[in-house]
Design a protein around this ligand. Structure first.
Ligand SMILES: Cc1ncc(COP(=O)(O)O)c(C=O)c1O
Length: 390
């Protein structure tokens, strides 16, 4: 089945974050944008067909997450991800970032510590600070080209920094780790010991490369479930971010009630009609599309890895286990971050995310979104290797 992954769909001029901010940010017009985490691929054909049918009806009244919708969500996670959310756990929100902000308000007070593991998805830090909570960082260890958790530091921070909430990124954006069961169990035991609530942001859980295995936090047992908020969404998986929908699972009834109370205060009502139907169709029908997509992304990763090894060995790919984001270590070039950013912007005409966006621990790295047609990636790799060649 040809899903059109090789074809670039032009989105310029459609108010898109990826294509329509270039000028404003001083990027030349022929820049290849590989920063923000949406894909260049069209959503699955079944989703597009359903949305076209609904657009044809032309009536866009209020909608609701009913049982058929919930069944689709439950079905996806039990068939595909490896655990079965209960119907009553599900809270629908306009996004994962929105849900994390809501959880921060529901479970912590101003001044409470919230722990993150930098370098990490930057809105975590922004939400903690914007809500007047204390940022507690337990940085990941980067050694021999791979990332791991510093458990001693993690425990020390839980013990001494008044940590009430831990935001786990699993799989981890930007470093691409898919945490092992052993690592997750160790984190979970510490959170239980120190009475910490966990937000497991599992938005990237559908992007697991064949050499890795995703372990859902929900599979760690009853005690783990009791203090857990799981953030999921069809937005990354099926390229639906612009439709604004996330499914949040909260197993513990008391935590759910607290969350619902804060959610009510925001005034948020029911999810959008198109988003609901897109999610339902994707979860019911589009597993084969996702399999094909993972295959395609593995091919893209091979291209990037091969080209760097052959033509620009000073830049190292941190081998990802999941996500469609490649984390590149530029430190071997001996340039500082602004020199790297300058060369990328003006010489290579590539828009990557500079590593320090994810915390100072990310300095010297660049995050590259490889979810684009292979010809686009090949052109980007060509520009990259030519621009930094000694
Ligand atoms: C780890 C992580 N969480 C959340 C999001 C965004 O989620 P949403 O668009 O649902 O707010 C992203 C997007 O890149 C992400 O990487």
């Amino acid at each position: 089945m040809d899903y059109g992954f090789d074809t670039l769909v032009s989105r310029k001029g459609l108010s898109t974050v990826k294509y329509d901010l270039m000028d404003k940010n001083g990027y030349p017009p022929d820049t290849i944008p590989m920063w923000v985490a949406d894909m260049d691929f069209p959503s699955p054909p079944e989703v597009r067909k359903r949305l076209a049918e609904l657009a044809g009806l032309g009536v866009f009244g209020y909608s609701m997450a009913d049982e058929a919708y919930e069944d689709a969500v439950i079905g996806w996670f039990s068939r595909r991800v490896g655990y079965t959310p209960r119907r009553e756990w599900i809270k629908v929100t306009p996004g994962v970032v929105f849900a994390i902000a809501t959880a921060i308000r529901a479970y912590t007070e101003p001044g409470d510590g919230i722990l993150i593991q930098r370098p990490v998805y930057h809105p975590f830090e922004r939400l903690i600070l914007a809500n007047g909570r204390k940022l507690v960082n337990s940085p990941l260890i980067y050694r021999d080209g791979a990332y791991s958790i510093d458990f001693d530091d993690f425990e020390h921070k839980l013990k001494t920094e008044n940590v009430k909430l831990f935001i786990l990124c699993s799989p981890h954006n930007p470093v691409g780790r898919v945490w092992s069961e052993k690592e997750l169990k160790a984190l979970s035991e510490l959170c239980i010991r120190y009475g910490v609530i966990i937000i497991a942001d599992e938005i990237h859980c559908d992007f697991i490369y064949p050499w890795a295995k995703f372990v859902p936090y929900a599979s760690l047992g009853e005690e783990a479930l009791e203090r857990l908020i799981i953030c999921t969404a069809p937005s990354k998986t099926f390229n639906l971010a612009g439709l604004q929908l996330a499914n949040i699972f909260i197993p513990n009834a008391a935590l759910r009630d607290k969350y619902s109370a804060v959610l009510r205060r925001t005034g948020y009502g029911e999810p959008g009609f198109m988003a609901l139907h897109a999610c339902r169709t994707a979860y019911e029908q589009c597993a084969p599309w996702l399999d094909a997509l993972i295959d395609y992304l593995s091919g893209n990763l091979d291209l990037l890895r091969g080209a760097l090894r052959e033509r620009l060995p000073e830049v190292k790919l941190v081998e990802p286990e999941g996500t469609y984001l490649a984390w590149l270590d530029f430190s071997g070039l001996g340039l500082n971050e602004s020199e790297i950013a300058d060369t990328l912007k003006h010489k290579a005409r590539l828009w990557f995310d500079s590593g320090s966006k994810f915390g100072p621990e990310g300095a010297g790295f660049q995050r590259v979104n490889i979810a684009c047609p292979r010809t686009v990636l090949a052109e980007a790799v060509e520009r990259l290797t030519e621009s930094f060649k000694k």
